[in-house]
Design a protein around this ligand. Structure first.
Ligand code: TXA
Ligand code: MG
Length: 371
């Protein structure tokens, strides 16, 4: 449902409209994440079928879904996110066999990975077929495909009867949403429906693996640790830019990786090194900032305390899954608390740590202190 509202006026939902030509009334509907009610899914499938946009939970983060085969609907996804048109979307499917409709070549390693890890937080980049509209793939000859391990998108894809293109449901550049609240804050008034299935389990996005090259290459570390992939297909390449180290960047091949991402509104400074050195340096940085009247927030682990800073504990450093789960909501929380600078401790780059460090390095925009 669209209606025109003059700039600066107040819409029926009471939200102020700043110079926007049109507004959508965004409905927020609760959904059982394990056993979604049929009428809720039918409602959402109807929105997708009419070219509308539905945000939904997955096991990683909330996605902003549109019919992947409807170019107009996909174009709207780019518009409402403010996403650069050269950054392709992931196409979500509800059964492994759908990959053969979307991909023209499925190498043996892809079959092995699908067998082992789908449904789950692994996205595969494959040569695409004509079925995939160019806008969905941002004009590339490849397509990224993933089968999510979450009852809501699986039911939605099946009921809508179409694959669903879904980037993370945040405004381009801000941290990915892990709750329906985050989605509403970024996209209320822009999309038709938000399915609220509670906080997401993994908290960072899927691992994106390009299997069109030999050996396969990690384009974005994510919810499926690289070590687990290597246990099934042997060594894969993890380029430095995929670790978030832009300093050594050749041209990123996941177009999305070249943009500053996951960024809080506040400046973020990342401190990397041995834990005891990091702790010392973080407190030093906090003191330097506060002495200039700058308000500081700290992202820490293991419940460490810092003086003169709003400190958020991400979880125990031995449980990097817990750290990943709370990462994006903690960055958003610090932003809302009104700090000017966030100082973040680095974590070990193993397991989920690779994805966490990629997100923190990108959020820092390269402002990294090595101790
Ligand atoms: O966990 C996830 O992957 C979430 C949920 C909603 O499924 N989705 C997500 O989508 O994170 P998005 O659009 O925020 O990130 C997709 C990433 C981007 O870095 C994009 O550049 C890359 O995948 N990508 C998509 N298609 C690609 C392609 N054909 N070749 C290379 N990279 C691609
Ligand atoms: Mg994203």
């Amino acid at each position: 449902m669209r209606h025109e509202a003059p700039p600066g006026s107040v819409s029926s939902s009471g939200k102020r409209v700043h110079g926007k030509a049109s507004l959508v009334r965004t409905r927020r509907v609760k959904v059982d994440p394990e056993n979604p009610a049929e009428e809720v899914i039918k409602d959402a499938a109807h929105v997708i079928g009419s070219g509308g946009l539905v945000a939904f939970p997955t096991e990683t983060v909330y996605g902003l879904g549109a019919d992947a085969l409807n170019p107009d609907a996909v174009m709207r996804v780019f518009r409402v996110k403010g996403r650069p048109p050269d950054n392709p979307l992931i196409v979500h499917v509800a059964d492994p066999d759908s990959v053969y409709l979307l991909a023209s070549e499925v190498p043996r390693v892809a079959d092995l990975l699908i067998e082992r890890f789908w449904p789950g937080p692994l996205t595969l980049v494959l040569k695409r077929t004509e079925m995939v509209p160019p806008v969905t793939s941002a004009g590339l000859d490849t397509v990224a495909v993933r089968m999510p391990a979450h009852a809501v998108p699986l039911a939605l894809i099946r009921t809508a009867g179409t694959p669903i293109a879904a980037p993370s449901a945040n405004r381009s550049g801000s941290p990915s949403p892990t709750t329906a609240d985050h989605v509403m804050r970024d996209l209320e008034g822009e999309i038709e429906l938000v399915l609220d299935g509670g906080p997401t389990e993994i908290g960072v996005e899927s691992t994106v693996l390009d299997v069109t090259v030999e050996p396969p290459e990690v384009l974005r570390p994510g919810g499926l640790p690289v070590e687990e992939i290597e246990r099934v297909i042997g060594s894969v390449r993890v380029p430095d830019w995929a670790r978030g180290l832009e300093r050594y960047a050749s041209r990123p091949r996941a177009p999305g990786m070249k943009y500053r991402h996951y960024a809080p509104k506040a400046r973020l400074v990342l401190v990397e090194g041995r834990p005891q050195d990091v702790r010392y340096r973080v407190q030093e940085l906090v003191n330097e900032f506060t002495s200039k009247g700058i308000r500081v927030g700290v992202l820490t682990t293991d419940g460490k305390r810092y003086e003169n800073a709003t400190t958020v504990d991400l979880g125990p450093s031995w449980d990097l899954r817990a750290v990943a789960r709370s990462l994006f909501s903690s960055i958003r929380a610090l932003d809302e608390s009104g700090v000017d600078v966030v100082v973040a401790e680095g974590v070990e780059e193993r397991g989920m740590g690779l994805a966490i460090m990629n997100r923190l390095r990108k959020a820092s925009g390269g402002e990294i202190v090595y101790v």
